[in-house]
Unconditional design. Structure first.
Length: 328
């Protein structure tokens, strides 16, 4: 097995764990191979623009093994999660961009962890491609990179050697995915057991908390959003909303989609399902009771929409997040 060179970037304002964790995982897999009497498959290095990067307002200091100017060839570039003001952080690390693009054009693969996707997107390598990031930053990502197809429910995306992961700790699943790709399934399973990670997890939908996008300038649409949210138990039609705000239906739908990134129907569904999730988490109401309280009367329709949005059935969701019901 040829040795793969893994370059873990050390950007300004990086989240320290997202540098340490991939380094640890690839190093542990090397140890697994050595225990079997085989050569380690990975050469892992921390790559920076400077020899030392201070993170978390001086709490951590990371020393790079090499600088980008010293690396002429690599197999995989890992972009860790970043923090702070996203636009400023991307600008702070813009000097990485030409090197990342050059290495990709030479055959390297590139993977972003969590909101490291913002730095990856700044390279242009995601133009017209799918990408994942932390669900809470989805609206900001779409504003900054409108030509990227953000799939904010996905744990992992892969497109022509460009990878991304969903929010926070879900990057462990991308790391396992890469371990399997570069070694084998058995080694990925062994790593998942060592790190106590659920392998093959594909969706971050159960973790998404819907908070409708209101950072826009379309006041009638904002009022429509607030009306939907205040009347979660009611059956609201698009015609009713358009009439209430004196906008033609087609024009209303276009403006709503432009302002919120959701159609009116999607928005109503997501508001109702978010309300249902909270009731499953915090009350002992059964599925039918919750369904009626959020304005559904058709059990099949409610279950279908709930699973589409959360990735779980109502019963599965309640069992996962309501401790009192889990004991029943």
């Amino acid at each position: 097995m040829p040795v793969k060179h893994i370059s873990i970037l050390v950007p300004q304002e990086a989240v320290p764990a997202s540098i340490v964790d991939p380094r640890y995982m690839f190093t542990v897999v090397n140890q697994f191979f050595e225990e079997m009497g085989e050569a380690p498959p990975f050469h892992v290095q921390l790559i920076g623009l400077t020899n030392e990067v201070v993170l978390n307002k001086g709490c951590f200091s990371v020393h790079a093994d090499k600088l980008t100017k010293d690396i002429t060839s690599t197999d995989l570039i890992i972009i860790p999660a970043i923090s702070g003001d996203i636009r400023q952080t991307v600008e702070l690390n813009s000097a990485f961009v030409p090197w990342i693009v050059d290495q990709y054009n030479r055959g390297a693969e590139v993977a972003s962890l969590c909101i490291g996707a913002f730095l990856l997107a700044s390279t242009g390598l995601l133009e017209g491609r799918e990408c994942s990031t932390h669900w809470i930053y989805a609206d900001e990502f779409r504003k900054m990179y409108p030509t990227v197809n953000l799939v904010d429910d996905r744990i992992i995306t892969e497109d022509q050697g460009v990878y991304s992961s969903g929010g926070a700790a879900s990057y462990w699943n991308l790391l396992l995915y890469l371990i399997e790709k570069y070694t084998n399934r058995q080694m990925a399973i062994r790593a998942s057991k060592f790190f106590a990670i659920e392998i093959d997890r594909k969706s971050q939908s159960p973790f998404i908390m819907f908070n409708g996008q209101k950072k826009h300038e379309d006041e009638p649409i904002r009022q429509a959003q607030e009306f939907i949210e205040k009347n979660v138990s009611e059956k609201i039609s698009i015609d009713e909303l358009a009439l209430r705000y004196a906008i033609g239906r087609r024009h209303f739908e276009r403006r709503f989609k432009k302002a919120t990134n959701n159609t009116p129907v999607e928005y109503i569904q997501r508001v109702k399902i978010e309300a249902a999730k909270k009731k499953f988490e915090n009350t002992r109401l059964n599925v039918n009771e919750v369904m009626y309280e959020v304005g559904y009367i058709d059990v099949k329709a409610f279950r279908t929409v709930f699973k589409k949005i959360t990735g779980l059935s109502p019963v599965e969701y309640r069992g996962k997040y309501n401790k009192s019901m889990a004991r029943v």
